[in-house]
Design a protein around this ligand. Structure first.
Ligand SMILES: Cc1cc2nc3c(=O)[nH]c(=O)nc-3n(C[C@H](O)[C@H](O)[C@H](O)COP(=O)(O)OP(=O)(O)OC[C@H]3O[C@@H](n4cnc5c(N)ncnc54)[C@H](O)[C@@H]3O)c2cc1C
Length: 425
């Protein structure tokens, strides 16, 4: 590799790495992207499932139009055109009572929708939404259930579904503070910032493949099946990258951007402070006899073990967040346990359980406790040419797609700033 043109070596082709690579390529940097496995996307991927004979995603991913880092990435990679923007309507059903409702944020920045009974959960008052301010004022060591007890009128119908989806951690352990920026960037900005984005042909086609095409067009080098095992350093600079079956020497002006999950980063950089532990998400995919007569792309479940159902064609895909207590159960036990509520939610009450596929992501995110939140490092390290990205780094956001993309952008800015004096005109 030439030592004259500074090159950024990006490790990990999840959304953090892809966002960083895209941003740096756009700024005129030379980029090489290394990915441990044979495909990009990391925790965001699709595949053909032979049991269902359908293309499925590893798990449902709910992202909103107010995720501005993500939408910038989608625009930069040309992926925006391939996505569908649904209306800002969030349907729910209480499977115990059968009561259905929809949250309907209004257009414009003032959230007057909470004043309209038809736009908020039944039996709640507008004043109950003032509880949002408690998240604004929450200290860093406070957990969600300290902020709101489970007898709060909005706990079951709004805060618990939102907090579990965003923090993927039991609410008596989940840090409250990171919910506030999520509210500010989406629900408090009005309907235009709350439109769910869907990839009709799957997550890989919607969020990942366009970035690979764009990067190749920009001249980036993309290498699969390259697992970084160790780095070599000299005087606070990384000088070589040791992969499973080869070593890459770095030029004196090259940079490294490590965009791999927290446990992998810690084994390569044992000295860095980082969150510990992981939280599972279990996804169940049911292939229905036919597309259901259900008129929404997704629905939230209250009073059920499952939390969300997304419907695409004749497949109903179900999310169970903070699912550590489910992962050791058999796949049949999981499918049998959740199917009756899923069927009820999508108006197939009493239908026999169809064929299914269960995907257990044991480390879907790090455990988003107050302590772990405080251990998140920023993009710079003790090495002058080594930068960090990933949903576990300190973005101020929870470990989400938006957080991963934003971390990639933050790290890319640092790399770019470090190269400014050297870059040719
Ligand atoms: C089932 C599930 C549901 C989710 N639902 C949502 C949701 O609804 N909304 C939302 O916003 N977020 C959701 N998330 C979280 C979201 O997927 C992640 O926050 C995000 O994808 C993390 O991206 P990342 O780039 O930081 O990490 P990753 O996607 O993990 O990417 C890291 C990449 O690095 C590679 N790698 C690892 N080690 C090495 C190595 N040593 N050398 C080279 N490469 C390596 C990996 O193979 C991987 O491709 C969900 C996650 C899961 C698992």
């Amino acid at each position: 590799m030439s030592s004259k043109i500074p090159r950024t070596h990006i490790i990990g082709a999840g959304l953090a790495g892809l966002a960083a690579a895209t941003r740096l390529s756009g700024l005129g940097h030379a980029v090489t992207l290394y990915e441990a496995v044979g495909h990009a996307g990391g925790r965001v991927r699709s595949f053909h499932d032979p049991v269902l004979d359908r293309l499925i995603d590893n798990g449902n991913h709910l992202v909103l139009s107010g995720n501005t880092s993500l939408t910038a990435y989608l625009d930069e990679t040309g992926a925006s055109q391939g996505l569908c923007r649904a209306d800002a309507v969030f349907p729910f059903v209480n499977v115990r009572t059968g009561v259905r409702w929809s949250l309907r944020p209004n257009a414009g920045p003032l959230p007057w929708w909470v004043l309209a009974p038809s736009r908020r959960p039944p039996g709640t008052s507008a004043s109950a939404f003032l509880s949002a301010l408690k998240f604004w004022r929450a200290d860093a060591d406070v957990v969600v259930s300290d902020v709101l007890s489970d007898d709060h009128p909005l706990f079951e119908t709004f805060w618990a579904p939102l907090a579990l989806a965003v923090l993927n951690t039991p609410l008596d352990r989940a840090a409250a503070k990171p919910l506030w920026p999520v509210l500010v960037e989406t629900f408090l900005r009005g309907a235009a910032s709350c439109r769910p984005l869907f990839a009709p042909d799957g997550l890989s086609a919607g969020f990942i493949d366009p970035a690979l095409t764009h990067l190749r067009r920009c001249g980036a080098v993309i290498k699969f099946r390259q697992r970084l095992r160790a780095i070599e350093s000299n005087e606070q600079r990384v000088v070589a990258l040791n992969f499973s079956d080869c070593s890459v020497s770095l030029g004196p002006t090259d940079s490294v951007l490590l965009a791999i999950p927290h446990n992998g980063a810690q084994s390569i950089l044992p000295g860095i402070g980082a969150p510990s532990g992981g939280q599972a998400i279990v996804n169940a995919h049911f292939r229905l006899p036919s597309a259901p007569l259900f008129d929404a792309p997704f629905i939230g479940l209250v009073g059920a073990a499952a939390h969300w159902v997304f419907v695409r064609g004749d497949v109903a895909s179900v999310t169970i967040s903070a699912a550590d207590h489910w992962v050791d159960q058999s796949i049949t036990a999981i499918a049998d346990a959740i199917w009756p509520d899923v069927a009820r939610a999508i108006r197939l009450d009493g239908a026999p359980r169809p064929i299914f596929r269960i995907i257990k992501e044991r480390r879907a995110t790090f455990s988003q406790t107050p302590r772990n939140m405080q251990l998140r490092p920023g993009p710079t390290t003790d090495f002058k040419n080594l930068y960090l990205a990933g949903d576990w780094t300190n973005t101020g956001l929870p470990a989400t797609i938006e957080g991963a993309v934003r971390s990639g952008h933050h790290a890319a800015i640092k790399v770019d700033q470090s190269q400014q004096p050297r870059r040719p005109d």
